[in-house]
Write a protein that binds this ligand. Sequence first.
Ligand code: GTP
Ligand code: MG
Length: 174
Amino acid sequence: SNPITSIKLVLLGEAAVGKSSIVLRFVSNDFSENKEPTIGAAFLTQRVNINNNTIKFEIWDTAGQERFASLAPMYYRNAQAALVVYDITKPQSFIKARHWVKELHEQASKDIIIALVGNKVDIIENDESERKVAREEGERLAEEEGLIFFETSAKTAENVNDVFLNIGEKIPLK
Ligand code: GTP
Ligand code: MG
């Protein structure tokens, strides 16, 4: 069988956008309505098979609260992939996402694969007026900056696996 390819992946984004919930959905296929804010960072792993190859995601889920901001470079410095997450009902979180993309392009590895993720799409299913960041805004930023783009829901699982599979397909195999 083929060797396992490991991918170091970091999640970045404003507090409460759903970073830990996306990871919980991907790793345990679970969701919690009252997830505790992350303190510092959490480390989790998950293996998936892509085209008969095993990819092991080594995931650093960082804390979005401002008091932990200085820790982020430790986690993205060696990352091969990043999820920059915002909440489609919170415009400020999209502004923060732009800043993260800029910082990654300036400070992270040159060939880092970045996915821009607009989370909580389930909220607008019954009330489109809850949407505060247009899909086109996300698409435009992704196109300008060369990012993968998905809108997701950690709650319903919509597109969550797809984000990771899409990254996995772009990583050179061992
Ligand atoms: P920090 O660790 O503080 O940076 O926050 P975080 O980005 O990890 O957010 P977390 O996953 O803790 O989620 C924050 C809140 O949003 C929790 O109450 C979650 O249940 C909720 N949440 C996360 N994802 C979704 C989603 O897709 N839809 C809905 N409706 N709520 C979500
Ligand atoms: Mg968290």
